[in-house]
Ligand binder design. Structure first.
Ligand SMILES: Cc1cc2nc3c(=O)[nH]c(=O)nc-3n(C[C@H](O)[C@H](O)[C@H](O)COP(=O)(O)OP(=O)(O)OC[C@H]3O[C@@H](n4cnc5c(N)ncnc54)[C@H](O)[C@@H]3O)c2cc1C
Length: 604
């Protein structure tokens, strides 16, 4: 090996690993105009796809950052779960529609992981070519070898795998998005990756299937005592599905941290013929012919999580931090959401816009660790119910599931909502940067709480040429969410400073936090004439980006600002679309005190 330190380069953030998580983080940092580099040890990403399912929550996030378009154009829309419990009576399945769940899309997207990676690389390249000078392209064939953390920087040693030349990169922060075998995680003593390898062994095959029971808009599952078989839509144009089948159970082996096989092993590959035989035996008299395999593999399930997400200036995200059963399709979604949570925090700290750097950066672990733990637990239960061969799992599968589907569909939808990450929120008790607010005005109010995810709804935009345009709350966040959005819900109390003193308060707060907050007013049914709106310091032409009207009382209600309660409310939304604070007008001083501890004032 040539050990020649070529050069030292300073960069704010070094991202190690250009899988979906590292690439999403790179896109985020590019948006926040943070100076970063992203290195990837392989020359080219593999053509096969591990992840398929993109959850509605991840779609929201991609949409918010203008990244969703290619996913929608080329992905397959999976609209329902179709569960066949009796192979002799397959036309009587359990069904659960994604349109009945708590999400903004009525489907989940099925998209090959290699395509996801391509789209994110394209988006980064486009940012580089059209907009941002500071944006870096992915540096392929660059492998992180080791690193050392100093007081105010990290020194990373990176090797070019083509010529073996090493380079030192000096960065303020290092983020390991380098998968289950993470070099970043292994680079610091004390970082553990505890958990277990499940005894069940599984096969997956991306194959053509032509059968009326297996459709493109559904996840078809055969719930069988010998082990489930699932067929997930993969590529409508090529008639391809991802077939997943439990092969069997093996005796438990002792595995150490270093022996993680998340997903794919190369041992004892199942052949197409063997898989066809297994499927035929299990679902007879139904005959699913498996043809033209693109990829066949075996996998075992690992359930592991790190003991921490951050050590000083070093962070980990995605599979480097957690891995779990792929049934339920959550790993990549979870990782992208890790990156979404971390990016704006790094950006605030790097730009000196945080009131307390340590508190803000610590909150990444405080918020994401419980989510990771819950996903491992949830997917673990799901896998056990689907495939466990113990009495309890079999009882749940064969006896309880039919009762739930027939008599308690709400319970089923609640479970599926969790699986699709639709109920995901953070708890103020575990995060120091979420406002722990208790309204003085009693418990009857339903004001949205800090840590919850934003709600969408329809609004009208009053344009400067006095026409009215329909707009959604999510359209607004698309333009504001690189900063925090401070929304004043005014009920019907008006949007002029004369009739509503809170307009002045909103402006005062905005003046203090100009660099980090965008103010928005949402008014109920008020007919707003342009001349009525003294929304200084905005000019007439930009006022329309700040004042919106709702004709029905839906959005106020969704955020818990109720007519009968009569109090206006401020809601502060973070760039990752979670609520940082929500207070009634009487308690605006509490919001100011919270902001004082959270964001740096504009003149700092
Ligand atoms: C069979 C299967 C099906 C799945 N289905 C789904 C699904 O439907 N939905 C879902 O959300 N998830 C699914 N997952 C999980 C999903 O694939 C992972 O969670 C996802 O790949 C994690 O992305 P990542 O970027 O964290 O890690 P990876 O995709 O592993 O990327 C890490 C990258 O880091 C690079 N790297 C590693 N070490 C270094 C180093 N030292 N220097 C530089 N680069 C380095 C690697 O080459 C790699 O490109 C599935 C997994 C499996 C196995």
């Amino acid at each position: 090996m040539v050990s020649l330190f070529k050069e030292k380069k300073n960069v704010d953030v070094l991202i190690c690993g250009a899988g979906p998580v590292g690439l999403f983080l790179a896109n985020e940092l590019a948006e926040f105009e943070i100076n970063f580099r992203i290195i990837e040890k392989v020359e080219k990403h593999p053509e096969f796809s591990k992840a398929l399912l993109i959850s509605p929550r991840t779609m929201d996030i991609l949409d918010n950052r203008g990244l969703l378009h290619p996913f929608l154009e080329y992905g397959v829309k999976m609209k329902q779960f179709f569960i066949i419990k009796d192979v002799h009576n397959p036309s009587n399945p359990f069904k659960a529609e994604l349109s009945n769940m708590n999400n903004n899309f009525s489907f989940a997207l099925m998209n090959r992981q290699n395509k996801t990676v391509d789209y994110l690389i394209d988006a980064l390249d486009e940012k580089k070519s059209t907009r941002k000078e500071h944006v870096s392209n992915v540096e392929f064939c660059m492998e992180l070898i080791k690193y050392e953390e100093k007081d105010d920087h990290v020194i990373a040693v990176v090797k070019n795998t083509k010529d073996n030349i090493e380079e030192e990169i000096i960065c303020q922060y290092l983020v390991g998005c380098d998968g289950v075998h993470s070099t970043v995680r292994k680079g610091i003593n004390g970082w553990t990756f505890e958990g277990q390898t499940l005894t069940s062994s599984w096969a997956l095959a991306d194959v053509e299937i032509d059968h009326e029971l297996v459709k493109y808009d559904q996840a078809t599952t055969f719930l069988l005592n010998k082990g489930p078989i699932g067929a997930l839509p993969l590529d409508a144009r090529k008639n391809t599905f991802r077939l997943v089948a439990k092969i069997g159970d093996e005796k438990k082996k002792n595995e150490t941290n270093d022996h993680v096989t998340h997903g794919l092993t190369n041992e004892n590959h199942i052949t197409l013929e063997e898989l066809q035989k297994l499927v035929d035996e299990r679902i007879a008299p139904i005959k699913l012919e498996l043809k033209n395999p693109v990829w066949i593999s075996n996998f075992k399930i690992n359930e592991r999580i790190v003991n921490r997400y951050r050590t000083g200036r070093v962070f980990i995200a995605g599979d480097a931090a957690h891995c779990h059963s792929p049934l339920g399709g959550q790993g990549m979604n979870l990782g992208i959401q890790d990156a979404h949570n971390l990016a704006f925090k790094l950006a605030l700290v790097i730009r000196n816009q945080a009131a307390d750097d340590k508190k803000l950066l610590d909150s990444y672990e405080h918020e994401r660790y419980p989510v990771g733990k819950n996903v491992i637990k949830g997917t673990g239960y799901f896998t056990k119910i689907l495939s466990g061969n113990d009495y309890f799992s079999s009882f749940l599968r064969t006896r309880v599931t039919p009762i739930l589907f027939h008599f308690f569909p709400k319970t089923v939808y609640n479970f599926l909502n969790n699986l699709m990450q639709n109920n995901l929120h953070y708890l103020p008790v575990s995060s120091e940067i979420l406002h722990k607010y208790k309204p003085r005005s009693g418990t009857k109010n339903k004001l949205i709480e800090a840590g919850h995810y934003v709600q969408d709804g329809l609004l009208t935009k009053i344009t400067s040429h006095k026409s009215h345009e329909r707009i959604t709350m999510f359209d607004i966040f698309r333009s504001t969410a690189l900063k925090h959005t401070l929304i004043l819900f005014t009920l019907n109390k008006g949007v002029t400073a004369d009739c509503n003193p809170l307009i002045e308060t909103l402006l005062e707060i905005y003046n203090d936090y100009k660099n980090t907050i965008t103010p928005i007013i949402i008014s109920y049914q008020g007919i707003v004439h342009d001349a009525d709106v003294p929304f200084m310091p905005f000019q007439e032409e930009v006022r329309e980006q700040h004042i919106f009207v709702e004709r029905k009382f839906e959005l106020h209600e969704k955020y818990g600002v109720m007519k009968e309660f009569g109090q206006q409310a401020f809601v502060l939304v973070r760039p990752d679309l979670y609520i940082a604070s929500a207070v009634f007008e009487d308690d605006v001083d509490e919001l100011k005190a919270f902001l004082d501890q959270y964001l740096a004032k504009a003149d700092k």
